[in-house]
Design a protein around this ligand. Structure first.
Ligand code: AMP
Length: 442
């Protein structure tokens, strides 16, 4: 399977060669021909599968073949993403893949000034990448015009719904022309997503890659039982002993992540934090410092880390277990990539027994419980411990839709849901793709 055989234009093929992409990933092999043929698509894929190129390449090809209408250029493609970071990444990818085309890519997202975004929109846009809330602000001011949109992409739709964006998404969907192509990507297909697809898509084809709940076999998983109050000391102990490794640490709350980063700094460990309360500039800087090795430790909440192109890491530590079991897979997917060895450590307090059960049920395997000398918990970890309503603190999840408590696991693996509408295709496992190439993103 090659990119040529998928029917991509020479200008795109050239950009792919320059990015060192040789083989399409399974989702690309499945989705690109269908999207090029004009179908609506429901793509079951997570970050790291190459889904960005799967929707970007057909979209770029379509727009580059058309002559844009006269007058100021209004967006002909709109891509909605849950977070600013993902918007930045998607826009960068579009610019990289479209570098030999003359299409303008513009971003709008919250946490940044409206003025420059308005100027960019006024200058003319072919492809608009936006977070839903900020797009609504621009729509209300009349600065974003969506009546020329031909292709609409909903990226990480499940996460957008988790963040409470359903009303905004519906408003946006009602404002784009009915005659359009819609591509929806999601790691899960729960009821709300199916309802969205049925209401707003035309006979979508379904493309599903990799059984969702699989994890790289090269990752070693371990859990350290420890009292909540001693997690920080244990963490510092681990980090001090393994002084060479870069590590990504997941925490539950924005406040907790900040405090932890400060405490690690006090202990002499260079740490940065990213979460929903940080400004865009702060988040980008923290990520840059981490990627460049200026900071050894990155402390993040799930929301902030979602979709980030973080390089392969030897070690991921769950300071707190995730409320949603599927996030465990997402978190540890940052290690053990492309056949490299990786390690996932989880610090588990007796209060988190129920969360541990949730994860083990999903993984269909029990984590090795490894008590660190001097840190044995005061109570045993019991799997029947009830999951606290609010997870013991406010999660970094933005605003939530009514009826969606913060601790409700969000949906089932896509592979297990049946959806009467779209035709199911399976692209998992084929091809010679060995995982993402790091550093290939511009
Ligand atoms: P995504 O799932 O779209 O976030 O992509 C994950 C990573 O894989 C990014 O760093 C991409 O640059 C990279 N990538 C995507 N498609 C390919 C491909 N066909 N060959 C090599 N790397 C790829």
């Amino acid at each position: 399977m090659t990119f040529e055989s998928l029917g991509l234009s020479p200008a795109l093929l050239r950009a792919l060669i320059e990015s060192n992409y040789t083989t399409p990933t399974p989702i690309q092999a499945e989705a690109i021909p269908l999207a090029l043929a004009g179908h609506d698509l429901l793509g079951g894929a997570q970050t790291g599968t190459g889904k960005t190129a799967a929707f970007s390449l057909p979209l770029l090809q379509r727009l580059s073949k058309e002559t844009p209408p006269n007058g100021p250029r209004k967006p002909r493609a709109l891509i909605l993403t849950p977070t600013r970071e993902l918007a930045v990444q998607v826009a960068e990818s579009l610019k990289t893949y479209g570098r030999h085309l003359r299409l303008n890519v513009t971003m709008i997202y919250g946490g940044a000034g409206m003025g420059p975004q308005m100027d960019n929109l006024r200058r003319g846009v072919d492809i608009l990448v936006a977070t839903p809330g900020r797009l609504i602000d621009h729509m209300e001011r009349g600065t974003a015009k969506l009546d020329a949109v031909e292709v609409l992409v909903l990226d990480e739709a499940d996460r957008m719904l988790d963040m409470g964006f359903l009303p905004a998404i519906k408003r946006i969907l009602n404002r784009v022309p009915k005659e359009r192509q819609t591509l929806l990507f999601s790691a899960t297909f729960e009821e709300q997503i199916k309802a969205l697809a049925l209401e707003f898509m035309r006979n979508p084809q379904q493309v599903q890659v990799t059984a969702k709940n699989t994890i790289a076999e090269t990752i070693v998983h371990r859990a350290h039982p420890v009292d909540g109050s001693r997690k920080r000391d244990l963490l510092i102990d681990i980090l001090t002993k393994r002084h060479t490794d870069q590590v990504l640490i997941f925490g539950k709350t924005k406040h907790g992540c900040n405090r932890l980063a400060e405490q690690l700094e006090t202990a002499g460990l260079k740490a940065v934090a990213i979460h929903g309360n940080k400004s865009q500039a702060q988040r980008q800087k923290a990520l840059r410092d981490f990627k460049m090795g200026k900071a050894r430790v990155l402390v993040a909440t799930d929301v902030a880390a979602r979709g980030l192109d973080i390089p392969n890491l030897p070690l991921v530590i769950n300071h707190d277990l995730p409320m949603v079991a599927e996030d465990y897979i997402h978190r540890i997917g940052r290690t053990g990539r492309a056949g490299a060895a990786g390690e996932a450590l989880s610090l588990v307090s007796p209060e988190e027994g129920g969360l541990l059960r949730q994860i083990q049920r999903m993984l269909k395997v029990d984590l090795v419980m490894d008590v660190v000398q001097g840190y044995a918990p005061s109570k045993p970890i019991r799997l029947d411990t009830p999951i606290p309503r609010n997870g013991g603190g406010q999660r970094d999840g933005g605003q939530r839709p009514p009826g969606r408590p913060a601790n409700r696991p969000h949906g089932r693996p896509a592979a297990r849901t049946s959806h009467a509408g779209p035709k199911q295709r399976s692209g998992g496992g084929q091809g010679a793709w060995a995982g993402p190439k790091h550093g290939s993103r511009a």
